[in-house]
Ligand binder design. Structure first.
Ligand SMILES: [Fe+2]
Ligand SMILES: [Fe+2]
Length: 128
């Protein structure tokens, strides 16, 4: 199920969705590196840095257009940043990392499929 949702996120196109595709690919790269027992440091740092920048870009858009659901959306970003920090702190703990990346992927995909879809629709309506 997560793979199918990941695929949906990856085949999406346009503006913000391209950034979600990059996030999905980075999460997949982390999972793959974990499965292969490779060093995760660089991919994890890329996922973390990219996600933070992406969240900020959405927050700028939400503030710019006085998006009414800003607070709930921004708080969800905050929770994901906390998860990313926890994940970075687990480096070297393979089993804990595997569990955490699975949960984080599910959380990211839930966010993309809810908060980000609402924001995308809101922004699309603005330009219609
Ligand atoms: Fe978002
Ligand atoms: Fe997003």
């Amino acid at each position: 199920m997560a793979t199918q949702a990941l695929h949906s996120a990856m085949v999406d196109s346009g503006g913000i969705n391209r950034e979600h595709m990059v996030q999905a690919r980075l999460m997949q790269a982390v999972s793959l590196a974990l499965t292969r027992g490779e060093d995760l440091s660089e991919t994890m740092t890329q996922l973390s840095d990219y996600s933070r920048a992406h969240f900020l870009s959405e927050e700028v858009l939400m503030r710019l257009y006085s998006y009414s659901n800003y607070l709930a959306h921004q708080q969800d970003h905050e929770r994901m940043v906390e998860w990313l920090d926890e994940l970075l702190a687990k480096k070297g703990e393979q089993v804990a990392m595997a569990h955490a990346i699975q949960e984080l992927t599910a959380i990211f995909l839930r966010h993309i499929g809810s908060h980000d879809v609402y924001l995308h629709d809101f922004l699309a309506d603005l330009s219609a």
